[in-house]
Design a protein around this ligand. Sequence first.
Ligand SMILES: Cc1cc2nc3c(=O)[nH]c(=O)nc-3n(C[C@H](O)[C@H](O)[C@H](O)COP(=O)(O)O)c2cc1C
Length: 178
Amino acid sequence: MTILAISGSLRVGSTNTLLIQAVADRLPDTARLTLFDGLDALPHFSPERDTDPPLTPVAHLRESIEQADAVLICTPEYAFGIPGVLKNALDWLVSTTLMTHKPVAALSASPSYAGGERAMASLLPTLQALDVTLAEGGVLVVSSVRSKMAPDGTITDEATDADLRSLVQGVLRAVKAT
Ligand SMILES: Cc1cc2nc3c(=O)[nH]c(=O)nc-3n(C[C@H](O)[C@H](O)[C@H](O)COP(=O)(O)O)c2cc1C
């Protein structure tokens, strides 16, 4: 089973990218997680740029999604929403059916106490527009993330560890059900 992970943060040392690694660490041997490396290379979406064949960075995104059994999105909250780079990537998928019924988990980590909730509130309608299948237990907001994670990404909070394990189980079940 292959899982494609997309971090909404381009930042070196991103807590959201570290959280993706924490998910990877909790996967069984039968599953493999790959971090999508092309977010920064995507052009700004515009319908007339949505050509056939697609531009190379767009083709890379679409092929990566197509080859994955499930997609995991982990995003920071920027100005009460999701980062533009992530929304841009999701917009490039709207004209395809690649995300239709694709098992998806959505996470958001923020250093602030109430952070992440608004990013999630912004992400979920976009995922709904793409008609994904959200894995059971697959929506997770990790607020105050720096108190739950060591600088190297090790999860130090028991509840978050349990939430991540149940998210993994939900993704595995959702993939089996497809
Ligand atoms: C432009 C900008 C806007 C931000 N807006 C929010 C926000 O609305 N809510 C929030 O909880 N954190 C906000 N933050 C703080 C981010 O949550 C914090 O930088 C976080 O560490 C980013 O995730 P990362 O570690 O994965 O890069 C913002 C940060 C930046 C740079």
